[in-house]
Write a protein that binds this ligand. Structure first.
Ligand SMILES: [Fe+2]
Length: 472
């Protein structure tokens, strides 16, 4: 018998999971969905099937996929849970058996189960496969049309450990570059890391292994045309701390930030570590080579949010928001420090770009943002666009009853110039407890929606999504 969900901030309001899967062939459209948009917007986020065991964390819910399929102005929608081993065993039992962030709280009946994760963080189309990702495990393959679960994908058994939820796809070669932390298969927590390359067909063709200066949550990484960059920042991990009843992950500013830079075609012995003050980054916007310099634009927090402090002190709410920040590394300088400069003072997260410019000098970036104090608790009520040439930031803002997801950029056509296209995001309307798909003209976001596709339920606050153009 399914038990009631506890009263937890990440299980109520727009965070609350939905308990159904559905197919809606014709969403009601307000305005117009541009006919150039032909394909699928896949989004994914945590949607626990049952009331959690022990303390819940937003990162710990079962992954649910939401697929908005756009076709000549029409929009259909489907949602499906990812049927991981965890999900299937819990579905049979009718209750939670796993505590994904603290396995010591797992039900004894699953003590020897080899879990394949919760696949709740990102969903990526590459090499003819749709992969649902969570950074603690290998990818989980999904049928791109039916959303049926196929199973873990380990690159023909070449991937022995986990994979980040934030791979980068090279716009020129089609290669997928990715990394892993906690990459020692013998230890749940370690400073061991891996860097991998898959060719455009999805074959794993190269792996490098190395040790970070300390073990930490490394949510994302950064690529340029010539380098890969690993930010090790002090959201530290400690099994000892967890065994003592503390948090497996905690903010520990007694440690500095270390940013590892390696030539893309180099090896781990080429890694150079730059050192800076403690700070935290979940997501970079983009990065590029500029002569002997590397420019990285990131959403940087003074302190990692969502986790306790390692020393037991209280988190400072004024430090729990991110702002767009530029890191500059001078590869020729005789120093291992780097320069930091805030680009804009808008509270921002979920940065994206026109991904035809991934790793390249670029002009436009997009992000979810908090406007006029709205959107507390990791909610955002605006979408921003920064023009890196003029430093101008344009914002489409909504009232506090609305919360937006990460905006995904889709070019108008494959040949359109940078930034000409649309932004797609889901928006939660707290007044009616329902969500809609928002379409903005990426060059005129202040003008508001071009079109909306209305759902009659909410899409719980999730993490990431990607566009897959229709394959004709
Ligand atoms: Fe992320």
């Amino acid at each position: 018998m399914a038990k009631p969900f506890p009263d937890h901030p990440n299980l109520r309001g727009g965070y609350a999971p939905i308990q159904m899967e559905c197919t809606a062939p014709n969403l009601v459209i307000e305005g117009e969905i541009p006919s150039e948009l032909e394909g699928s917007l896949y989004r994914i986020g945590p949607n626990p099937q049952f009331a959690p065991r022990g303390q819940y964390h937003w990162f710990a819910g079962d992954g649910m996929i939401h697929n908005f399929k756009l076709d000549n102005g029409r929009v259909s929608y489907e949602n499906r849970w990812v049927r991981t081993t965890n999900w299937k065993l819990e579905n049979e039992a009718g209750e939670s058996l796993f505590s994904p962030l603290n396995p010591m709280q797992n039900d004894p009946s699953v003590a020897n189960v080899r879990t394949d994760g919760i696949a709740n963080t990102n969903i990526v189309w590459h090499g003819g496969k749709l992969l649902a990702l969570v950074e603690s495990h290998a990818p989980f393959e999904i049928d791109p049309e039916s959303l049926n679960s196929i199973g873990p994908w380990t690159f023909q058994d070449k991937l022995s450990g986990p994979m980040t939820a934030h791979p980068k796809i090279d716009p020129e070669s089609g290669e997928m570059l990715f990394f892993a932390y906690n990459a020692d298969p013998e230890n749940r927590v370690s400073s061991r890391m891996a860097f991998h390359k898959a060719d455009k067909h999805g074959n794993l063709v190269h792996s490098e292994f190395f040790d970070a200066p300390y073990s930490a949550m490394v949510h994302d990484f950064i690529v340029t045309k010539e380098h890969v960059i690993f930010p090790i920042m002090p959201l530290t991990s400690s099994m000892e701390r967890a065994m003592g009843g503390g948090s497996l992950y905690a903010w520990d500013p007694s440690k500095n930030s270390y940013i590892g830079i390696m030539p893309r075609d180099g090896c781990s012995s080429d890694l150079r570590w730059f050192e800076g003050d403690p700070a935290y980054v979940f997501h970079p916007m983009n990065a590029y080579n500029d002569g002997d310099r590397i420019i990285c634009d990131v959403c940087e927090y003074p302190e990692a949010p969502l986790f306790p402090h390692a020393d037991g002190s209280k988190p400072d709410p004024t430090k729990s928001t991110a702002k767009l920040t530029r890191w500059t590394f001078d590869l020729n300088a005789n120093t291992n420090t780097y320069h930091r400069e805030q680009l804009d003072d808008t509270i921002s997260e979920f940065p994206r770009l026109d991904e035809r410019y991934t790793g390249l000098n670029y002009r436009y970036g997009y992000f979810a943002c908090s406007v006029e104090g709205g959107a507390i608790d990791n909610r955002y009520n605006g979408i921003g666009r920064i023009d890196q040439k003029s430093n101008h930031v344009a914002i489409y803002s909504m009232s506090e009853q609305f919360a937006v997801s990460e905006p995904v950029f889709v070019p108008r056509t494959e040949r359109s110039p940078e930034g000409e296209g649309f932004l797609l995001a889901t928006v939660y309307d707290a007044a009616i407890d329902k969500s809609f798909l928002l379409t903005l003209d990426a060059e005129n976001i202040e003008k508001g929606p071009v079109g909306k596709a209305m759902l009659d339920h909410r899409v719980p606050f999730g993490f990431h999504g990607n566009w897959r153009p229709r394959i004709s």
